[in-house]
Ligand binder design. Structure first.
Ligand code: NAP
Length: 290
């Protein structure tokens, strides 16, 4: 299929984050791949990173996912360099709750001061006075109990009251943890791992759809281990598409509250991924998780 016409790309239908003025195309962009290898340091090709962001925006992308711990700081600084002042209608979603160590490791960072610092790091590096949406991410090693959520989400709700954050989301959380967050403040999106091969959140997605809350899968293409499946390849061959495009199209078809943020550092992959929003999957295109 044609993947070379950025200015006319169809990015699927739109979705409005509940209780917000933010309406976005369901095909967006995840910026994590703009850092160097291991999500650390500067990209191999800074010019291409900036070109990817420019082309995403010119193609109509108006939902970008990021975090200040990508790089760290590097990805937000590239977004600012490429896109600031930000176009009206662009929604930048960031996340807090993690930190990096000098060995490129990932750790939870949920203390009051760590969360306040993270919000200010995002504001400074993105060049914003108020962040559009901030997801609280719970590092899996910290556990998965609802109690973990209460204190840090209360801190973010306070920062929201102060005007530093407009809306709140959660990431790497289960239904009980979401409920704990919702007892403190409204939640507009959930960002968890989900793709054709990892469907543990199926029931959760349906319940979020009923509440009008966005479900934003991370690793939609498999993340650090790109998806490989003969079923994907067979369907792709039958409709003149690539397996990655089928994986993305399947997600768009999965549920109306599903917003996509595939990550790439490459212009050609960006074009390929955005074009997936135009794919029509036949109803018989069933994909098993294996
Ligand atoms: N909340 C969380 O805990 C969490 C965790 C991880 C990620 N995220 C967010 O989710 C976004 C998406 O996740 P992700 O970037 O980790 O994983 P992904 O979108 O599943 O996959 C990205 C990987 O696939 C490659 N790729 C992209 N398009 C391709 C294509 N058309 N053909 C072949 N390979 C392709 C990329 O390499 P190239 O650069 O070479 O294209 C990269 O290695 C991230 O950008 C980030 O914003 C959130």
């Amino acid at each position: 299929m044609n993947t070379t016409t950025p200015s006319t790309t169809n990015l699927g239908d739109t979705f409005t984050f509940p209780g917000t003025p933010f309406t976005v195309n369901r095909m967006g962009y995840g910026a994590m791949q703009l850092a160097g290898p291991g999500v650390w340091g500067p990209p191999r090709d800074r010019n291409e990173a900036i070109a990817v962001l420019h082309e995403a925006i010119e193609s109509g992308v108006n939902h970008i996912d990021t975090a200040d711990f990508y790089g760290p700081h590097v990805v937000n600084q590239i977004i600012r360099e490429a896109l600031h002042p930000y176009r009206d209608g662009l929604v930048i979603v960031t996340k807090v709750g993690a930190r990096r160590d000098d060995n490129k490791g990932w750790h939870g960072a949920l203390s009051r001061q760590e969360l306040i610092d993270a919000v200010h790091d995002n504001l400074r590096n993105l060049g914003m006075d108020s962040l559009h949406v901030v997801n609280l991410r719970i590092h899996p090693a910290m556990g998965n109990t609802p109690e973990l959520v209460t204190e840090p989400f209360t801190v973010l709700a306070e920062l929201q009251q102060q005007g530093l954050i407009q809306h709140l989301g959660v990431s790497a959380m289960n239904a009980a943890q979401l409920a704990a967050a919702q007892r403190i403040a409204p939640v507009v999106c959930v960002q968890n791992m989900y793709n054709v091969a990892h469907r543990e959140d199926d029931a959760f997605i349906d319940s979020l759809a009923q509440q009008g809350i966005a479900y934003v899968p991370f690793f939609p293409l498999g993340g650090f281990n790109p998806l490989q499946s003969s079923a994907l390849s067979e369907i792709a061959a039958s409709i003149n598409a690539t397996p990655m495009q089928v994986a993305l199209a399947w997600l768009l078809h999965r549920s109306q509250n599903m917003l996509l943020i595939p990550g790439t550092s490459s212009l050609s992959h960006l074009r390929e991924n955005l074009s997936a929003a135009s794919l029509e999957l036949a109803p018989s295109s069933t994909l098993s998780p294996a």
